[in-house]
Unconditional design. Structure first.
Length: 642
């Protein structure tokens, strides 16, 4: 699949027929003017307004509001004394947009727009990137089963010897808890084909531990004797439940596999949950059905970069290491090593003099401080390294910019070095580059996928204004938002809006079923919504084919592939909104009751969270100012003598 993306991208970067300035018989002398530009993660329409104000040449992006994808395309540009003509051409090449001119001769105006060829290429790239991600993570998920089986073929002593070269196999095969993990994974991989195939396809799978044979009871016990479980017991349960929780369910949560970050070697996680003794299992539609997490098992392929990092951390836990070992292992530098992309420039050292001459790269700014816990972090003027790169290489640098890009700073380092070393760093961070006409163009490999995640600013503003006016979102509001956006837009863009984070929890819960039930609710007429809240509920028989398909997908995800004779769905409003589905299945005498919860935070809860968030930001700001003041404090003569 990699060759498909490479071929398509090569077509794009080669300057195909739809990119670049449309040839004109009469050249526009105004475009010979020299301009300088320094913008970071700016909208194309704002960049063009700046150029228009400076040069008096009217340059616009998109014709109307329907062209929001062109108008709101984000770019980072650092260019000094470059002709306006060359800069406009390079923007066109970078983004794949056509640039045409019109109007009165000698007073022409210019317009960027996306033609059908460009849209078609973007669509092909999107399909290729998604397919590559699916295949990559499917391989990783299968690799977790294969690694478990391989570890079990070794004796504990044999596996333990691999602690330095293959730490994940050493954990799986050489420790008590690790062998428990391996036995559980191997059993699912060989004895539960339906669950295995669903998991390989990226579906959430739940396995009741009571359905496993007695031989697996010991495997569960061994799994919970160490590893991540030790940290959980100490951190969460000592003061409440101690060791009294009873293991009840194994839940497998595979990763989506779309973004480049899935290349870290993590196919998802399996989580063992438990119940308080004497308490029944209540499937309330939450992530684990009201249960308590007892242990976490990463789904890793033993030879992946993340397996090496996690393996060392788990072994450290087994040997009495600090309970924060797992978290500390996931430092920026380790994540950088794990997400390390292929680098063609590193495989075959270039001989082009443009790439081999040495440049001096000044100290780069630190990556965004929130990068580790917020993968939607945005590069800003303080953390943008491309300005320093532009100065070092002595040429303009243009970047198609998105939130959540892997910081270049993790791979490109300061100091004297041949220019191709910088390009290797870009490739390792997941970017592709093109050097043409003395201009360096950069964009992420998965640019088409990232474009598909974007949401119009007008829609974000609508959500923010609605929240500001109402103080909360209603069930109908959440249903409208969920039905208006794709999963990718919700999971990668909507969640990045800090002012909306808590208010949209009902959409962004751990289960995708929350999105599905909201989208189902959005299709209902007023009469159907009224029936939904009645004592008897809304019968399945009254649903349209499209509504039933939507609801049936949810039911299949929850109860598997069973024949449904009939049933109804009813909406209860307690602390949250509970969609309760009573389902008649096959020849079963009793009906099944399935619940899906949609969490709604009210005005008071959101106001309290907003106040806490404000105080936290103020405290962080004060700490940062104090730290800067401490650095700036002059050194006394006495201290200098010391």
């Amino acid at each position: 699949m990699k060759w498909i993306i490479t071929t398509l991208l090569a077509t794009m970067l080669a300057g195909s027929s739809f990119a670049g300035t449309t040839p004109e018989k009469t050249p526009d002398a105004r475009l010979d003017a020299k301009v300088s530009l320094n913008v970071t993660h700016a909208k194309l329409q704002d960049v063009l307004k700046t150029l228009t104000d400076e040069t008096k040449v009217v340059i616009e992006a998109g014709g109307d509001d329907r062209d929001w994808r062109v108008k709101e395309r984000r770019v980072t540009i650092h260019a000094k004394d470059i002709s306006l003509r060359l800069l406009l051409d390079e923007i066109s090449e970078l983004l794949g947009y056509r640039l045409t001119r019109g109007g009165e001769e000698g007073k022409w105006s210019y317009l960027y727009w996306q033609d059908k060829k460009s849209r078609d290429l973007e669509g092909e790239m999107l399909l290729a990137e998604r397919e590559e991600g699916v295949q990559r993570v499917r391989k990783l998920r299968q690799g977790s089963f294969d690694s478990a089986a391989q570890a079990l073929r070794m004796t504990p002593a044999e596996a333990a010897k691999l602690k330095d070269t293959d730490p994940w196999t050493a954990y799986l095969g050489g420790t008590k808890s690790g062998r428990g993990v391996a036995q559980l994974l191997a059993y699912i991989g060989t004895q539960m084909p339906t669950e295995r195939d669903l998991m390989l396809r990226g579906k959430r799978v739940s396995v009741s531990l009571s359905d496993l044979p007695p031989s697996m009871e010991q495997a569960v016990s061994d799994t919970l004797s160490g590893g991540d479980s030790s940290a959980i017991k100490i951190r969460w349960h000592d003061n409440e439940f101690g060791d009294s929780l009873q293991p009840h369910q194994l839940t497998i949560l595979p990763m989506s596999g779309e973004t480049q970050e899935s290349a870290i070697g993590d196919g998802g996680i399996a989580i063992i949950t438990g119940l308080i003794p004497g308490e029944p299992a209540i499937d309330d539609g939450s992530m684990f059905g009201g249960e308590f997490r007892m242990g976490m098992i990463p789904l890793l392929q033993s030879d992946s970069p993340m397996a090496k990092i996690a393996g060392k951390a788990f072994l450290d836990m087994e040997n009495g290491g600090d309970i924060h070992a797992l978290e500390s292992a996931l430092s920026d530098i380790n994540i950088a090593k794990a997400i390390d992309q292929e680098s063609p420039a590193q495989t075959e050292i270039p001989i082009d003099l443009k790439l081999t001459h040495e440049v001096e790269l000044d100290k780069l700014p630190d990556p965004p401080s929130e990068f580790m816990y917020n993968r939607h972090a945005q590069i800003d003027e303080k953390t943008d390294p491309t300005d320093i790169i532009a100065k070092a290489v002595g040429m303009p640098v243009l970047l198609e910019s998105f939130k959540g890009l892997l910081p270049i700073n993790l791979f490109v380092h300061a100091g004297k070095q041949p220019m191709y070393k910088i390009l290797i760093g870009l490739e390792k961070a997941g970017y592709t580059w093109n050097l043409d006409d003395g201009v360096l163009r950069i964009r992420p490999n998965d640019w088409a996928l990232r474009r598909s995640y974007e949401i119009p600013d007008s829609f974000i503003k609508y959500c923010l204004d609605l929240l500001e006016n109402q103080g909360e979102f209603t069930l109908d509001d959440l249903a409208y938002i969920a039905s208006s956006l794709t999963d990718g837009q919700i999971n990668h863009t909507l969640v990045a809006e800090e002012k909306l984070t808590m208010a949209i929890t009902g959409i962004t819960g751990f289960r995708d079923n929350a999105k599905n039930i909201l989208r189902f609710y959005a299709t209902l007429s007023p009469g159907e919504k009224s029936a939904l809240t009645s004592e008897s509920g809304l019968p399945f028989s009254q649903l349209t084919n499209a509504q039933w398909d939507n609801l049936n997908d949810l039911l299949v995800d929850r109860i598997g592939g069973v024949y449904i004779n009939g049933g109804s769905i009813r909406l209860n409003h307690m602390a949250d909104y509970i969609f309760e589905m009573t389902v008649s299945v096959g020849r079963e005498e009793t009906t099944r009751v399935i619940k899906e919860a949609v969490m709604i935070f009210g005005k008071e809860q959101l106001a309290s969270f907003k106040s806490s968030q404000k105080k936290a930001l103020e405290a962080t700001g004060k700490a940062s100012k104090d730290k800067d003041a401490e650095k700036a404090e002059p050194i006394s003569d006495g201290e200098q003598q010391d």
